[in-house]
Design a protein around this ligand. Structure first.
Ligand SMILES: C[S@@+](CC[C@H](N)C(=O)[O-])C[C@H]1O[C@@H](n2cnc3c(N)ncnc32)[C@H](O)[C@@H]1O
Ligand code: SF4
Length: 356
């Protein structure tokens, strides 16, 4: 959990434990935002040198000084995160049209949609940090009134565009076909109508598949992927998911571990009760995980299927990643307090770093 509060109106961060504060000017505010995104010292120095025409020595000294102060607030740039900035996920708005069980964006009363002008500046900055693609997400990005303009601004920078959506409104946004975006990733957590409804709160399983088929038909150059969290009803059915995916002429299945305990996904009031509820509703239990671990070995049909599909580029996880996710779930069950310390690194990754 963050140790600080960023007050955008006052351009200030406040340390919650003792109300220490740092006031930012324009440059220090940029350094803070970059450090929060995980940029390392050298990256930040390069960006502020270019943005503000400052000499290297001054940029280096000032950045280092501020980073030292920010460390007390728990904002620490991580050298390893240089590679993570390759596909930054940018949340262009918070609210949403799907009442999912695992995420609270739909509960947000925020009507804030990040303005396209501000986003354009931000895209330029993250390009300088080495991004090659940008994944637009939210909330539900298809609700953003300037989505077309936002996508065009990314293309203008020669960056690839990925769109992560729940797919509910794809059929009403046929203008997307003209834009020829690089990849669309549609969340599809259930294998059937019933599971989809349980997880995503709406009876739209069939509608979303129809939308996906149409999208692929009219945007043949766009990679069309689906993404699902790994849960108790699908961890043994990834082969079935791939079958449905291919039948619907889509290209790729991405998997994510379920985050049951962080404040990510706009869940402002996570607590032990809600974490347990999510675990009970969605995680395989400890006996199921142990049974899985006994069987999931090379030469087992399911293990080999996962390896083969990963090598064929159809699914995003190999057998090791799937096994790691199951062992992460096991550790969650064996923790005394299930709402405890396994932090999610979303939006940099929607998964704990131990899984990578
Ligand atoms: C927050 S959504 C935003 C984009 C879009 N509304 C959608 O649902 O795809 C981005 C991704 O986060 C995933 N997600 C939401 N809550 C999650 C959780 N508690 N644990 C893991 N992934 C989660 C969703 O399934 C989705 O694939
Ligand atoms: S997962 Fe996506 S669709 Fe579901 S509530 Fe969150 S933002 Fe909305």
């Amino acid at each position: 959990m963050k140790k600080y509060l960023f007050r955008e109106d006052a351009n200030q961060i406040i340390l919650l434990e003792n109300f220490d504060a740092i006031d930012f000017n324009e440059i220090s505010s940029l350094i803070f935002r970059l450090a929060e995104q995980g940029a390392c010292l050298n990256n930040i120095v390069e960006i502020i040198k270019q943005e503000y025409q400052i000499d290297h020595e001054t940029a280096f000294r000032d950045t280092k000084e501020l980073l030292k102060k920010l460390a007390k607030f728990g904002v620490r740039p991580d050298k390893n995160k240089q590679k993570q900035i390759k596909i930054p996920i940018v949340h262009i708005l918070e609210n949403c049209n799907s009442p999912c069980m695992l995420c609270d964006c739909w509960k947000s009363r925020s009507s804030i949609q990040h303005p396209s002008d501000l986003l354009k500046k931000y895209f330029c900055t993250i390009k300088k940090m080495g991004a090659e693609k940008i994944m637009l997400s939210g909330g539900e990005p298809l609700l953003h009134k300037n989505l077309k303009d936002i996508i065009l601004s990314i293309k203008k920078l020669d960056l690839k565009v990925m769109l992560n959506t729940n797919g509910l409104l794809l059929h009403k946004n046929t203008w997307l076909h003209e834009l020829d975006i690089d990849e669309i990733v549609v969340s599809m957590d259930g294998l059937n109508q019933e599971d989809y409804k349980e997880l995503r709160g709406l009876d739209r399983f069939n509608q979303v598949w129809i939308n996906l088929q149409k999208f692929k038909k009219y945007s043949p150059n766009t990679i069309v992927g689906i993404r699902s969290i790994l849960h108790k009803k699908n961890y043994l059915k990834i082969d079935k998911m791939v079958e449905i995916l291919l039948k619907n002429r889509c290209d790729f299945l991405g998997l994510s571990p379920l985050d049951i305990n962080s404040n990510s996904f706009s869940r402002k009031n996570m607590n032990q009760k809600r974490s347990l509820e999510l675990a009970n509703n969605l995680l395989p239990n400890i006996e199921e995980i142990k049974a899985f671990e006994r069987l999931f070995k090379p030469s087992n049909r399911y293990f080999d299927f996962i390896e083969q599909s990963f090598n064929d580029g159809i699914i995003g996880w190999n057998a090791k990643r799937l096994a790691n996710c199951m062992s992460y779930y096991k550790k969650l069950w064996t923790q005394e307090d299930i709402s405890g310390s396994w932090t999610c690194t979303f939006p940099i990754f929607s998964m704990p770093e131990m899984l990578l």
